[in-house]
Design a protein around this ligand. Sequence first.
Ligand code: HEM
Ligand code: HEM
Ligand code: FE2
Length: 483
Amino acid sequence: MLINGQLKYESQKLAMNYFRVALVLFGAQLLMGLIAAIQFLYPGFLFELFDFSVARMVHINALVVWMLYAMIGSVYYMIPDETGHEAVGIALGKLAFWILTAAVAVVVLVYIFIQVGSGSESTIWFINEGREYLEAPRWADIGIVAVVLVFYYNVFFTYLKSEKKTGIMTVMVANLFALAGLYLCGMFFTDNISMDQYWWWWVIHLWVEATWEVFVGTLAAYALIKILDAKREIVEMWLWIEVLMLFGSGILGLGHHYFWIGTPEYWWEIGALFSALEPVPLVAMFVHVLYDWGKEQGHAEAGGAGTAVKNSPAMAWIASNAFGNFLGAGIWGFFHTLPQVNIYTHGTQFTAAHGHLAFFGAYATILIGMMYLGVQGAYGIKKMTMTFKTKMSLFLIIFGVLGMAVALTIAGYEQVLVERADLGGGWDAFFIAQELPWYVQAQAWRLVMGIVTLVGFVYLAWDLLTIGQEVSQKESESVAAAA
Ligand code: HEM
Ligand code: HEM
Ligand SMILES: [Fe+2]
């Protein structure tokens, strides 16, 4: 991550900048999560200095923003490989990167320094728009749209200019259009809270359950070709199937967020049916990756060529993606997606368990994998092997996040039984349930597992900063020894 050394294309060098900032924001996300987790157990922690609501907000905003950074980075990284030439408009792209990064820094500082106060039209413009995950003030919203337009312009015209238009790039270009367009749904206000919530879900959940899923499909396809020499026809075929299914089930499946916000009751049936279908493409993607992997292994046993894993850290993270997506989004999502279940689980720690496992499994994993691909390119490494730090970070982060999800599931289960089923919901019930041992112990375990995750992150950052140097040195030593 430290150098751009062997990268030929400006576009890929820019990608590395995006990856670097993404890593910093990922670290900030985890620190904020830990503060919020401590406040769950000790509400007096940082009292009147740092509010839970701010820690939580920065935690999830940093999450979304680091993922967007890593996504933009991944696109800039793969463009030259997929199109065969440099991205157009790269100077503008670099400028946009610095503007975006400065804007993100200002927004976060304002969040931290102005934590409480009354809301008015000007606070919406300058401090906080007040919609979960999309709190960025209006000026930053508009700035983000401008930066994304530059990015999209670059991707689109690079695609148009290229002679070979691969399926991966075609899906990428079309999907990015939808992804960017959806952001606009979160930029206007109505004074009807149901309508407001309705459009808010359009951004955040047509991102994570439709456009982002298709996006990671394109990354997985690209990465499998790079790492395993996977056959393009096969990965692209699955990519198209995924596009078809995810947009179908994703859009109507969004109905699972309309159950209790004041929309008509027919959403119960529509939401239940289509959201229950959502995991199908996720499972297909999982099977697809394992199938390709197994086939390659078969070749290896038969002594076939081109089967060596060219980047094992990236491969490990991408395999975790296939599994994590299925588990976090597919299984943990399906658990609470039927209205008959959701009426009890809605807004409990069960939701948080799913949120953590899904965001981590479906997105964090593969984006980390893309960072390892970037490092491999930057150091011109032929075959990237794992270091001790790679293994530690893989183990600790995955174990930590799984542990947090299990703990939160237990807390959610207790809330369902005590707060909802036994005490019938309501203000008192909420607080009674939060003071019982199962809940408190679960929150304590979440904190422990959060610390495990943070230690894993330290190994990850350390590894990303040093693995290039380490492995390329080994590689040149072995070349020298062979000569
Ligand atoms: C990678 C994809 C996914 C991600 C990142 C994700 C993430 C999340 C997050 C963060 C929330 C909490 C939102 C809030 O703050 O209120 C949520 C809610 C929810 N998700 Fe997902 N999700 C994904 C896929 C799915 C799938 C495939 C299903 C269903 C099969 C699903 C079902 C639900 C339901 C029912 C809720 C509402 C929970 C409640 O009522 O409190 N999700 N999701
Ligand atoms: C050091 C590790 C972490 C800790 C201690 C932590 C802690 C927390 C806490 C305390 C909340 C607020 C929950 C609530 O309001 O009930 C939260 C929310 C959230 N965190 Fe984390 N977190 C950590 C890592 C992560 C990671 C790695 C991801 C995803 C990649 C993530 C994604 C989320 C999401 C999506 C929410 C919102 C959930 C919802 O709306 O239901 N967190 N986290
Ligand atoms: Fe959803």
